[in-house]
Ligand binder design. Structure first.
Ligand SMILES: [Zn+2]
Ligand SMILES: [Zn+2]
Ligand SMILES: [Zn+2]
Ligand SMILES: [Zn+2]
Length: 305
């Protein structure tokens, strides 16, 4: 007489536990260090007319200077903007002193070699300066009545003083695609008066730094994975299928040990582990129990995500 023997799996434990995958720390290549410094070449605004364009992009400060019109020390508003030329060489080397191209002697004109900062024109180590007396309103009065610039809406060229350069180290991130962002590293020194810098940005692609949350939507046999990149702010919003395959054993007693097999087929990106047990609330075995003798053996399992 042969006895029927049955190893049966019950699905009561299926997906019994859902675990949130916690923060996956990613150490970025360089620690995000930023300050308030912005290179004017990176945010340059175009305007009609050279003086207007300088005014829009200038760094301004209030300074106390002697005004020969007022005949006393007054507050003047000073505008300074980096000199950018196509060659990267200052126009002073060609005798140019004023932004309308006028030479140092106030007569004749030369090439200011201007271009688009950050595109085809480069910081020279000089800046353009203009001032306005806040009492009498005279432009460039502090340059003296003999100066070509006196009372004219022009800028004049002066070397940036390397004794007053400041250090900066900026890292910015912009989304590139669903996996990567572009990390822009820019560091060096800048003139604290005009904000000009010789530093050039370096770009590289790095993986997003996601804080992921996995939400089990098991009625739909899936996981909802959401996350935001801590660096560039890119939002991830995707689904991964939750799947498992169960093989039970129904058969004759044949002297061999029989067991059940559970295979997890969840999509990549979802971490899983499977545990087995003989009671629904106690699944701790890493492999399913074996049975040789005839009988009905429920095997419970849990998949942890
Ligand atoms: Zn030259
Ligand atoms: Zn004045
Ligand atoms: Zn400067
Ligand atoms: Zn990112």
């Amino acid at each position: 007489m042969s006895t029927k023997y049955l190893t049966k799996s019950l699905l009561s434990g299926l997906l019994a536990t859902v675990m949130t995958i916690g923060t996956i720390p990613v150490i970025s290549v360089s620690a995000a260090q930023s300050n308030e410094y912005v290179d004017p070449a990176d945010v340059w605004m175009e305007a009609n007319g050279r003086t207007n364009e300088f005014d829009m992009n200038a760094t301004t400060t209030y300074e106390t200077q002697y005004c020969p019109v007022c005949n006393m020390d007054t507050t003047s508003l000073t505008y300074r903007v980096p000199e950018y030329t196509r060659s990267g060489e200052t126009a002073r080397n060609h005798g140019v002193q004023f932004s309308d191209g006028t030479l140092m002697d106030g007569e004749g004109t030369g090439n200011v070699d201007g271009g688009a900062p950050g595109l085809d024109a480069f910081y020279t180590g000089y800046h353009w300066t203009k001032s306005v007396c806040q009492i009498c309103g005279t432009i460039n009065s502090i340059d003296g009545e003999e100066s070509y610039s006196f009372g004219k809406n022009v800028y004049s060229l002066n070397p940036c003083d390397y004794n007053f350069f400041l250090d900066f180290d900026n890292t910015t991130y912009t989304p590139y695609d669903s996996e990567y962002h572009t990390t822009t590293l820019k560091s060096g020194q800048y003139c604290q008066f005009c904000k000009g810098t010789h530093a050039r940005a370096e770009e590289q692609q790095d993986k997003h730094n996601f804080n992921e949350e996995v939400d089990g939507e098991l009625g739909n046999q899936r996981f909802h994975i959401t996350g935001e990149c801590g660096d560039c702010g890119y939002i991830k919003n995707e689904y991964a299928a939750a799947k498992s395959v169960v093989q039970s054993y129904y058969g004759e007693v044949d002297g061999q040990a029989h067991t059940v097999t559970v295979t997890d087929l969840s999509d990549s990106g979802v971490n899983t582990s499977i545990r087995y047990g003989t009671e629904a609330d106690n699944c701790s075995l890493t492999s399913a129990p074996n049975y040789t003798d005839a009988g009905y053996y429920p095997v419970y399992y849990e998949i942890e995500y």
